[in-house]
Design a protein around this ligand. Structure first.
Ligand code: UDX
Length: 437
C-alpha cells in the first residue's frame, strides 16, 4: 500500500521503517531538512537498537522528504506520528497534529485513511475528522482512525514488529478493512474498537503502568523503614498472575516521553471535565518526590555538597536510549551543581543531549565509569546501563575518595558489598556498611 508517515520521531520513524520492512511503499515526512537528508542516506537520526539495520534493509520501500503536498497527494493511508508535548497546564499540545491535518485537507486527492498514532486526548480524533472535512479542498473521502502506539524506547522495533496488541479505533468498515490490510503481515492480536475507546486505551494503559511503578516505589520506601527487601517482596507478588511480574522494579521514579506526560494529560482531562482521577494524581506526586530520593539519602553523609566530587552514572531515563526526557538526572544534577558540587557524568549515549539541556562548565563528561568515580566523594546511579551492572564493584573502593554508592536502579546484589568498605544504598533495601560523617 502507499503509506505516508508524518513525523520521524520515535513513533513515526519506527512505524514507517517497520511498515516498509513488510513491503509497503512508505514516505516518511518531516519538516526538518537536515534530519531528512540524514535519513536519505539510510542513517537513523535517533538511537534505537535495530532501527538503522532495518532501515537499510528496507530502503527500496522508503522515501524521506519534506514535501508534504507530494507525500499526501496519492497516499492510501496517512499515519500521524508527530509529537504532542505537554503544555504548562499539563494538557497535550496538539498544534503539530493540527498542522498535519491542515496540510492533509489541502493536498490529499485520493480516498484515504488518516491514522492518528500520536497520543491525543479523548475526542481529538472526532475533532480532527471534522477539521479535515471543513477544510478539505479535493473531492475525496478522508476517514480518520485511531491507532495508538505502545512501543517502548530501546525496544521500539521489536515492540512494533511483535506488538502486544494492535488497536484499531474506528466505526467505519472501510477504515477498519484498510488498517487490517496495513497490519496483515504483523503477528499480533488485532482489536477493532470505537475511536474514543482506542484513545482511552492508550492513556489507561500508560497511566496504569505509571501507577504500578509509583505503587511499588512507595512499597519500597516502606520496606526501607520496616526492614523488608523490596526485591523479595516483588518476587513474591509477581507469581500472582493478576499482578504479574513486569514493571515491579523499584527505583528513583519513571521518566521518558510517555508516563510523565500521559499521567498529567489524563489528570488534566479529568479536571477539565469536572472530575478527579485521584489514583493517577497520586502516582504523579509519588514520582516527583521519588526522583529526589537519592539526594535525600546523600544528606545523611554530607550536610551540603559544596566542593564535593560527585560521580553520576547514567543520565538517560532508562538504558538503551539517548533520550533524556523527564530523566531523574535532569532534576538531580542541577540541584547538585546549585549546591556547589563538581559533577562528573558517565553515560554511553546520553551525554551529548545532556550537554544541550544542562549547559554548565562545572560538569565534566567522562569516557569511562572509572574516570567518573576516581576521587569521587559520592556516586549516584541514575540509569541501569549494562556497563554499570557488570562493573567490578571493588573498583568503587579502589578509586573513590570516599566510597559511597547510592544506586537509584538497584543494579547490584547486596551481598556484592558485604565485607567491603563501600557504603551502598539502594531503593527499598537496607543500606550496606552504613556510615555517617
Ligand atoms: C512507555 C511504555 O512502556 C510504552 O508502552 C508506551 O508506548 C510509552 O511509554 P518508555 O517510556 O519508552 O515506554 O519506557 P518504559 O520501559 O516503559 O520505562 C518508562 C520509565 O519507567 C523508565 O524511566 C523506567 O526506568 C521506569 N520503570 C519501568 C521503572 O521505574 N520500573 C519498572 O519496573 C519499569
Amino acid at each position: 500500500m502507499r503509506i505516508t508517515v508524518a513525523g520521524t520521531g520515535y513513533v513515526g520513524l519506527v512505524t514507517g521503517v517497520c511498515l516498509a520492512s513488510k513491503g509497503h511503499q512508505v514516505i516518511c515526512l518531516d519538516v526538518d531538512e537536515e534530519k531528512v537528508k540524514t535519513m536519505q542516506q539510510g542513517i537513523s537520526p535517533i538511537y534505537e537498537p535495530g532501527l538503522s539495520e532495518l532501515m537499510q534493509e528496507s530502503m527500496e520501500n522508503l522515501t524521506f522528504t519534506t514535501d508534504y503536498a507530494g507525500a499526501y497527494k496519492n497516499a492510501e493511508v496517512i499515519f500521524i506520528g508527530v509529537g504532542t508535548p505537554e503544555k504548562s497546564d499539563g494538557s497535550a499540545n496538539l498544534s503539530f497534529v493540527y498542522q498535519v491535518a491542515k496540510q492533509i485537507a489541502r493536498t490529499a486527492e485520493n480516498n484515504c485513511v488518516v491514522v492518528v498514532k500520536s497520543t491525543v486526548p479523548i475526542g481529538t480524533n472526532d475533532k480532527i475528522e471534522q477539521y479535515i472535512h471543513d477544510k478539505q479542498v479535493h473531492d475525496c473521502k478522508i476517514y480518520v482512525a485511531s491507532n495508538p502506539e505502545f512501543l517502548a524506547q530501546g525496544t521500539a522495533v521489536r515492540d512494533t514488529l511483535h506488538a502486544s496488541r494492535i488497536v484499531i479505533g474506528t466505526d467505519e468498515k472501510y477504515a477498519a478493512d484498510i488498517l487490517m490490510q496495513v497490519y496483515e503481515k504483523f503477528d499480533a492480536p488485532k482489536i477493532t474498537v470505537g475511536r474514543r475507546s482506542a484513545e482511552m486505551i492508550k492513556y489507561a494503559s500508560n497511566d496504569f503502568l505509571a501507577l504500578k511503578i509509583s505503587y511499588v516505589n512507595e512499597i519500597a520506601n516502606l520496606c526501607e523503614t520496616v526492614g523488608a527487601n523490596v526485591e523479595e517482596v516483588t518476587l513474591g507478588m509477581g507469581f500472582d498472575k493478576r499482578i504479574g511480574d513486569y514493571f515491579l522494579n523499584a527505583g528513583i521514579g519513571y521518566g521518558g516521553s510517555c508516563f510523565p506526560k500521559d499521567t498529567k494529560a489524563l489528570s488534566w482531562l479529568a479536571s477539565f471535565n469536572d472530575k478527579e482521577i485521584r489514583t493517577v494524581k497520586a502516582a504523579i506526586e509519588v514520582n516527583d518526590s521519588q526522583k529526589l530520593k537519592l539526594i535525600k539519602k546523600a544528606r545523611k553523609y554530607y550536610d551540603d555538597f559544596l566542593f564535593l566530587n560527585i560521580a553520576v552514572l547514567g543520565c538517560t531515563f532508562k538504558p538503551g536510549t539517548d533520550d533524556l526526557r523527564e530523566a531523574p538526572s535532569l532534576v538531580n544534577v542541577p540541584l547538585l551543581l546549585e549546591d556547589g558540587a563538581r559533577v562528573r557524568i558517565w553515560d554511553p549515549v546520553g551525554t551529548e543531549n545532556f550537554k544541550k539541556q544542562v549547559p554548565n562548565e562545572k560538569i565534566q563528561y567522562c569516557g569511562s565509569i572509572e574516570e567518573a568515580i576516581t576521587d569521587a566523594d559520592i556516586c549516584f546511579i541514575f540509569t541501569e546501563w549494562k556497563d554499570v551492572c557488570d562493573f567490578d564493584v571493588t573498583k568503587y573502593q579502589k578509586l573513590m575518595k570516599r566510597p559511597i554508592v547510592l544506586d537509584g536502579r538497584n543494579c547490584y546484589a547486596l551481598d556484592q558489598f558485604e565485607g567491603t568498605g563501600i557504603t551502598y544504598g539502594s531503593i527499598g533495601r537496607k543500606t550496606i556498611n552504613d556510615t555517617e560523617e
